[in-house]
Design a protein around this ligand. Structure first.
Ligand code: IDP
Ligand code: MG
Length: 156
């Protein structure tokens, strides 16, 4: 039930350009997730193609590869209980006009082609995507404030 997971999150170039890094990171922090790694980078062509390999051949693929390389991206490893699904829930649906009110995409985006944030869709995708952007020695393995708090409370 309390399965801790790592997921890969990226604030896409539109989110960075629009000055939303702080607001987006805050949402993950206030949920209690641990930011285990974070860096700003320019996505290479190789990274973009590896990241979005599942979409190769689709009509929007060439534009997607351009979009993710169109400016700096903030890449993160986010860790917590059921973090893969939890982050997807906080992000909202791919199409911002269908995303639930209060989600990142509903609150900050209008178009699917500029939807501000990426989050892995499964534990397997997360493991694959984290490797594209991070070496294991860049990922912090200590406990989060949330975990330390729960240990202090010592209920179970
Ligand atoms: P996800 O980001 O919610 O997991 P995916 O279907 O994996 O959505 O698509 C990856 C990204 O590709 C989306 O976030 C969006 O930026 C872009 N995208 C997906 N489908 C379309 C489309 O039909 N038109 C334009 N862009 C799209
Ligand atoms: Mg996806």
């Amino acid at each position: 039930m309390t399965e801790r997971e790592r997921t890969f999150v990226a604030i896409k170039p539109d989110g960075v350009q629009r000055g939303l890094i702080g607001d987006i990171v805050k949402r993950f922090e206030q949920k209690g997730y641990k930011i285990s790694a974070m860096k700003m980078l320019k996505v290479t062509d190789e990274q973009a193609r590896a990241h979005y390999a599942e979409h190769e051949g689709k009509p929007f693929y060439p534009r997607l590869i351009k979009y993710i390389q169109s400016g700096p991206v903030v890449a993160m490893v986010v860790e917590g209980v059921n973090a893969v699904a939890g982050v997807r829930h906080l992000m909202g649906a791919t199409k911002p006009d269908e995303a639930d009110v209060g989600t990142i995409r509903a609150d900050y985006a209008q178009e699917m082609g500029y939807n501000v944030v990426h989050g892995s869709d499964s534990v397997e995708s997360a493991q694959r995507e984290i490797k594209i952007y991070f070496n294991e020695n860049e990922i912090y393995s200590g406990k989060s404030a949330y975990e330390l708090g729960n240990e202090y409370l010592n209920v179970d």
